[in-house]
Design a protein. Structure first.
Lengths: 331, 261
């Protein structure tokens, strides 16, 4: 194979998800009436803001060669904590702060800290105690959701304080501020992964943990930070979730994990670790959202979405395996 | 062959009765020898003699059960590879220590990236790193098509060249090489041995583990043989012969009880 073909092939593999996104958008625009509108595209971005943020955290951990199944429940717990404190109806306590805007940083901080704490627990057990990330975070996925049920008593909180809700209503260039928060998160974390030693180290740890340890990189510390970040980012996703729904229910966000998982894998992050970039993950998120929007527009029963998502996850994992085979051929 | 004469150089690293047990199994029963500045010591021994264990202890990957080490005259024990590196000990391991999922430059600078501050945040200085790698590889005569290719696309020889050039570049005070030439061709091995002499001539101590007697005699000032966790021989290269060393390794008596050569 000559170098140019190989280069083209590698470029295609690296950016496969962007090609798929464009392809899907073009096909939907042609085949589904009313799909090709700015409002629809804005909606695709808007609808994916919670999923997008959650996928960042999940991707970070998977790139290091580990796994975090707890992100969905962590987001729900953060959302519920903010919901109970700052909602005025249902189980909401309706806490008021003066001046009102103070509720924004305080609620955000609470969401981040709640997520960060769960992330720390996961990180400690996986990295320091050296237990399987799959099992530990699966356990967290279950007990954290249980905690949401316990503190809410299965009931919900409604009517989020307007000062916080403002982020979901106020628009800039046609997109709500929550969507901009997601986009900035992607920009910031993409830069961290690509341009800083910390990001570079995470990728290398995912590639060959022994080598990075021998090279004097503080592997344990970096891995724990990755888990804490994943937790805190999931907390941020929960904060966006509570704003989006203007309240919190006990089953808030159920099913998001598998969407996030699908987005990350479709986005080109290898489950083996060490491979994948965050811009790709964002394309994966948008791709899922574009498909969801298409399902809605076509008026398919909502029950179909779950079948399609399941098939997408399956397709994504198969794609991952397929890409690895091609890469091995290339090597 | 030039190089510092053994005995003349002051000791850089002294091992004093270093032992390592795994439960009831004694991997190292008590190893004592020393390495001088600018001295090349070949560490020989049969499979399972404890050579790699010893290297890991010096390099901070394993903690010894007992014994002590003196590095530059001071008590020394590296709890992690990072500590050993900070003290000036570079290691090239038997199984390659490269991350194949990133490019040549990233591997060369693994854990030691050149950064510049942007708003107080350390940012990778890619052009600067690329320049250094280019220079280092060129001066060693290693040809790699693109420094931005991921290492997974490189041959075994090219990979090992990256590791060897890495230690030549970063130098330090002591270099440990655990079978560094396993994947190299004849010409590359010759160049690798030259590199070792060149590094030693800068006053850096070198410990090289090898199975190939010829290489040991080509490059080493002193030969240390480990057998069953103890030092079975510690001789200057010019005062011994390959046959005598083989006898030390296999445990035949030194006097040459084996068949005449």
């Amino acid at each position: 194979m000559n170098p140019r073909t190989r280069h083209a092939l590698e470029f295609t593999l690296d950016n496969l998800v962007w090609f798929m996104l464009v392809f899907v958008l073009v096909v939907f625009s042609i085949s589904i009436p009313n799909y090709f509108q700015l409002g629809i595209f804005a909606n695709i971005i808007e609808a994916s803001s919670v999923l997008g943020v959650m996928s960042i955290g999940l991707a970070l951990v998977i790139i290091t060669g580990h796994m975090d199944l707890s992100v969905e429940s962590v987001a729900a717990l953060s959302a519920m904590a903010v919901g109970i404190l700052f909602c005025s109806a249902g189980i909401g306590l309706g806490v008021q702060l003066h001046p009102e805007w103070l509720m924004v940083p305080v609620s955000l901080l609470i969401a981040l800290v709640v997520g960060g704490i769960i992330g720390t627990v996961n990180g400690y057990l996986v990295v320091k105690v050296k237990m399987s990330a799959f099992i530990i975070t699966l356990a967290s996925y279950i007990w954290v959701r249980g905690l949401v049920l316990v503190i809410s008593g299965g009931r919900s909180a409604q009517d989020l304080a307007p000062a916080i809700r403002w982020f979901g209503i106020q628009r800039l260039l046609g997109l709500p501020l929550t969507a901009w928060i997601t986009i900035s998160c992607f920009v910031i974390f993409s830069l961290i992964m690509a341009k800083t030693p910390f990001g570079r180290h995470l990728v290398m740890i995912g590639g060959n943990e022994t080598a990075t340890f021998r090279a004097g990189i503080r592997v344990t510390r970096n891995l724990v930070i990755a888990f804490v970040l994943a937790g805190a980012i999931a907390g941020l996703a929960g904060w966006l979730l509570v704003i989006r729904t203007s309240g919190a229910t006990a089953n808030l966000g159920v099913g998001l994990l598998f969407n996030a998982f699908a987005a990350v894998v479709i986005g080109g992050v290898s489950l083996k670790g060490g491979v994948g970039t965050l811009p790709g993950v964002y394309a994966g998120v948008l791709l899922l959202s574009a498909i969801n929007t298409a399902i809605n527009l076509m008026g398919l029963p909502a029950n179909f979405t779950q079948v399609i998502h399941g098939l997408l996850v399956l397709a994504a994992v198969l794609l991952d395996a397929f890409k690895q085979t091609i890469r091995q051929r290339l090597a | 062959m030039s190089g510092a004469q053994p005995g003349m150089s002051e000791p850089l690293l002294v091992l004093d009765n270093v032992a390592k047990n795994y439960g009831a199994i004694e991997a190292l029963k008590g190893i004592s020898f020393s390495i001088g500045k600018g001295e090349v010591v070949a560490l020989l021994g049969d499979n399972g003699a404890g050579k790699s264990t010893l290297v890991k202890i010096i390099a901070g990957g394993l903690e010894p059960t007992s014994g002590r080490m003196l590095f530059e005259g001071k008590e020394f024990l590296a709890k992690s590879p990072a500590e050993a590196k900070a003290a000036g000990i570079e290691t090239v391991y038997q199984d390659l220590s490269l991350c194949t999922n990133v490019d040549v430059v990233a591997n060369f600078f693994m854990g030691r990236e050149i950064t510049r501050k942007f708003l107080g945040i350390p940012v990778l200085d890619e052009p600067a790193m690329e320049q250094v790698v280019e220079k280092a590889l060129a001066s060693a005569g290693t040809r790699i098509p693109s420094l931005r290719t991921n290492v997974e696309h490189l041959s075994g020889g090219q990979r090992q060249a990256i590791e060897l050039n890495r230690f030549v570049h970063f130098g330090g005070k002591l270099v440990l090489l655990d079978e560094p030439f396993a994947a190299l061709g004849v010409e590359q091995t010759r160049r690798g041995l030259d590199m070792i002499r060149q590094v030693a001539s800068q006053g850096i101590g070198v410990v090289i583990i090898t199975h190939i007697m010829q290489q040991a005699f080509q490059v080493a000032d002193r030969i240390v043989v480990i057998r069953q966790g103890v030092v079975a021989g510690d001789v200057a290269r010019n005062k011994t012969s390959p046959d005598a060393v083989v006898n030390m390794i296999t445990g035949e008596t030194l006097a040459g009880a084996g068949p005449a050569g």
